[in-house]
Ligand binder design. Structure first.
Ligand code: SF4
Ligand code: F3S
Ligand code: FES
Length: 254
């Protein structure tokens, strides 16, 4: 098969700063961006830091930005670029750099911990849960998430607004709240946890103005906005305008 030489521009640096470095590098048919990064490590930049694991789009480790677009490097075919095109690879912009293409994604673990877990209904053993097929299918889509955090990286609410991070969980975790809120067997709600209220008041659902950038970059093609965030917003609105809730609030205020 025929190869060619590509022009790569890769961000190198650490917590003290850095910049773009230029490379000429060989490309063979069928390769992906991660192959080229590995070739750079093998031939020209042995200390280039990159995180990866499966090379199959399943571990969510190799997230970076290619020509400014958040992508999995192992799933980005070189054939999507023109041969003469300069290909710029930078670390995810919304998270602090550790070194080169490796970022510190602990923001996401913090947000994950802030969402209370599913509580099984009392007296029902695992394996004995009974649900409607449509409820099963709905949550199955959300459970395809590989935690690549590309959606978290692209969302404009935090991408250039570090100050919004404490108040905004990001699409991946608002989706998790939506999944649990729509789960017919989640007993946390009966025990007094109002997931809709926490989404709105603690996790910043109101910051999301449904730009759908998260959905566009999701490598698992999860319809984050249409199937999780918009329905969650509608459920929050229903709760707010539910006449009984409204009357209750009115009486309590007197
Ligand atoms: Fe990645 Fe999609 Fe999960 Fe977001 S929802 S972390 S883009 S797999
Ligand atoms: Fe952000 Fe997705 Fe909403 S990109 S604004 S969370 S639709
Ligand atoms: Fe696992 Fe890319 S290396 S998703």
């Amino acid at each position: 098969s025929t190869g060619y030489t590509a022009h790569f521009r890769v961000w190198r640096g650490d917590t003290d700063g850095g910049g773009l470095e230029d490379f000429r590098v060989e490309v063979h048919e069928g390769e992906v961006v991660l192959d080229i990064i590995h070739r750079l490590q093998a031939t020209q930049a042995p200390d280039l830091a990159v995180r990866w694991n499966c090379k199959a789009g399943k571990c969510g480790s190799c997230s970076a930005e290619v020509n400014g677009r958040p992508r999995l490097m192992c799933m980005t075919r070189m054939s999507v670029f023109e041969q003469g095109e300069t290909i710029t690879v930078t670390p995810m912009r919304a998270f602090p750099v550790v070194r080169d293409l490796v970022t510190d994604v602990s923001f996401n673990y913090t947000k994950a911990r802030e969402v209370p877990a599913f509580v099984p209904p009392p007296g029902v053993a695992p394996g004995e849960y009974r649900m409607q097929q449509e409820d099963v299918e709905r949550s199955q889509e959300f459970r395809k998430c590989i935690e690549c955090f590309l959606c978290q990286d692209v969302c404009h609410v935090v991408r250039d607004h570090e100050e919004n991070k404490p108040a905004f969980a990001g699409p991946r975790f608002l989706m998790r709240i939506a999944e649990l809120d729509m789960h017919p067997l989640d007993a946390a709600q009966q025990a007094g946890l109002d997931r809709k209220k926490t989404a709105q008041d603690e996790h910043g659902l109101g910051y999301c103005n449904i730009t759908k950038c998260c959905t566009e970059v999701c490598p698992e093609q999860i319809k984050i906005t249409d199937n999780a965030l918009i329905p969650l917003k509608e459920r929050v609105a229903d709760r707010k305008y539910d006449p009984l809730v409204w009357l209750g609030n009115k009486i309590r205020r007197r």
